[in-house]
Design a protein around this ligand. Structure first.
Ligand code: PAF
Length: 295
């Protein structure tokens, strides 16, 4: 039996059904709900890679229908960040989604998400502080605001987010629970290149030299995690890893920290479930990555 009862096969060559308004999104969702189907949501900013497609596959494994969203959210970019340069490729993205049998693309314009008079910001305390939140002021307010809206607009059963943006995943779990949004938030493991580099839409910014250096971030995280699990001093091993990253060609290590896996509070050992999280710069490209450590 198909894992997706009632999900019709698209006709060969058919385009992916795309809606741009909340009204048409909700009409489609209502049809499926009347038919008793479950719905998975995959929010993205486009420039899709295999990490996004893994989210689509995870959604298909659990839900009858899968909606992907593409919206480059201006509210989560700082004034000096890459909003204008952020890769946009809706046609290619739609082709990828279609070949992965996604049922619907929601690709709203900025005016649909933030109409004139829009005046609400969702702020999550605690988990959104420090790490990326400390270095990108306002970033998680933008993420929390848009994700709350997308969840309420589509009201799926489950929404899928990559663990590569681990702090983002914890922020989204928090806001969903705190605001009683009736959607399960599912984390999906990071997809990596063969050399360990975490897939990211921003990897296209790396020049060939930087691309060679980049997997060092994951290698250091793995070595550091093993050292911490052996009981070595967290402070000393982190200091060593930061030095090695810079020696290997990274321009700057923004943060490299051990945190509690759920609350993201700083921890001094891995006696409970912990997460090593890092952000480092190669030229003008900021890479982030994280791994699980401990129990
Ligand atoms: O991870 C992303 O692509 C974005 O932050 C998200 C969750 C789609 C919100 O804009």
């Amino acid at each position: 039996m198909s894992a997706r009862p009632g999900a019709a096969e698209p006709a060969p060559g058919a385009l992916l059904e795309t809606v741009r308004t909340v009204v048409s999104l909700r009409a489609r969702v209502l049809d499926w709900r009347i038919g008793g189907q479950t719905i998975g949501l995959v929010p993205t900013m486009g420039a899709l890679h295999d990490g996004h497609l893994a989210l689509v596959r995870a959604a298909q494994a659990r839900c009858d229908r899968v909606i992907a969203t593409i919206f480059v959210n201006p509210a989560q970019f700082g004034p000096t960040e890459d909003f204008d340069a952020y890769p946009r490729a809706e046609e290619t993205d739609a082709a990828k989604l279609r070949s992965h049998k996604t049922d619907l693309l929601f690709a709203p314009g900025v005016g649909e998400i933030y109409p004139a008079g829009f005046a609400t910001t969702v702020h999550v305390a605690g988990v959104s502080e420090g790490l990326c939140g400390g270095h990108r002021p306002g970033h998680f307010d933008g993420v929390s605001t848009v994700v709350s809206k997308l969840l309420l607009q589509a009201l799926p059963d489950v929404a899928f987010f990559g663990e590569k943006d681990y702090q983002q995943l914890q922020v989204i779990k928090r806001v969903t629970a705190d605001m009683d949004i009736p959607v399960e938030i599912a984390g999906v493991p990071t997809v990596r290149e063969a050399d360990g580099l975490a897939l990211s839409s921003r990897n296209v910014y790396l020049d060939p030299r930087q691309r060679e250096i980049a997997p060092g971030l994951y290698r250091e995280l793995v070595a550091l995690g093993a050292a911490i699990e052996r009981g070595e001093s967290v402070g000393a091993t982190i200091a060593g890893a930061r030095r090695r990253l810079v020696d290997s060609g990274f321009d700057r290590v923004e943060y490299l920290e051990l945190r509690d896996a759920r609350s993201l509070a700083p921890v001094a050992d891995a006696s409970g479930p912990a997460r090593l999280l890092a952000a480092a710069w190669l030229g003008r490209t900021r890479l982030i990555d994280n791994i699980a450590v401990g129990a």
